[in-house]
Design a protein around this ligand. Structure first.
Ligand code: CDP
Length: 220
């Protein structure tokens, strides 16, 4: 079974996608982690994102692997575990700029499809899963929430990790990332045809899970 879960940052999609994958006994595939890993490599190697030749060379030489897929993803960049580092502020700042680039998207989408096919099923978490990566997914969900609520959740998540940032800074990063993701020319963030839209602003994780699993049971 292939399930697409799309939406903006802080809508709750990664928590729901992981729980759903465990529930259904299929693998979880965090596509954002792949964009984050390639962004980390670009930042580390100090490559200009307007330099296509260098980007192509970097892509040809990069190895990005997602392992331990059940319920979580460990991310290996050229064999090194970068699971934590790809969530850093520097990667947050650049990831949407990198993800607009056609060359990068084509390479990542190819990898994602290959992995999902190899696994024989997946709950895929991303921005363009229902509209591009898995247009034939069995089920498509689009999770959304107000910008304020999404900021609150991201702020809390960072605080829980010991990183207390000003609320305004977290808000701005979310708004900037939304703008770039929604307005890019290659597979922008939008609701896929046939996707079930869930506004999670006033819902708990349990309530969202009930809606998602209820829909799958009724329509499966
Ligand atoms: O976890 P969070 O919602 O903050 O973001 P993520 O899922 O890790 O994705 C980080 C960024 O990668 C997004 O803001 C997009 O710019 C990009 N992305 C994308 O373009 N397409 C995807 N399928 C997944 C992520």
């Amino acid at each position: 079974m292939y399930i697409a879960i799309d939406g903006p940052a802080g809508a709750g999609k990664s928590t729901i996608a992981k729980m759903l994958a465990l529930n259904l006994g299929v693998n979880y595939l965090d596509t954002g982690a792949m964009y984050r890993a390639i962004t980390l490599k670009i930042v580390r190697e100090n490559i200009s994102i307007s330099d296509e030749k260098s980007l192509q060379d970097l892509l040809n030489n990069a190895s990005i692997e997602l392992v331990e897929p059940l319920g979580a993803n460990q991310v290996l960049l050229d064999g090194e575990d970068v699971t934590e580092e790809i969530r850093d502020a520097e990667v947050n700042r650049w990831v949407s700029q990198v993800s607009r680039i056609k060359l990068i998207r084509e390479a990542m989408v190819k990898k994602q499809r290959e992995l999902a096919m190899k696994w024989g099923g997946a709950v895929m978490d991303g921005r363009d899963i229902g509209t591009c990566v898995l247009t034939d997914a069995t089920f498509k969900f689009y999770l959304d929430a107000s910008t304020e609520e999404r900021t609150r959740r991201r702020w809390q998540e960072l605080k829980d990790k010991g990183k207390e940032l000003p609320w305004e800074e977290v808000y701005k990063t979310i708004v900037d990332r939304d703008n770039i993701d929604q307005n890019r020319s290659v597979s922008p963030l939008e609701v896929a045809p046939g996707a079930v839209v869930i506004d999670t602003t006033h819902l708990s994780i349990e309530e969202v899970m009930q809606k998602v699993t209820g829909y799958i049971k009724e329509n499966g």
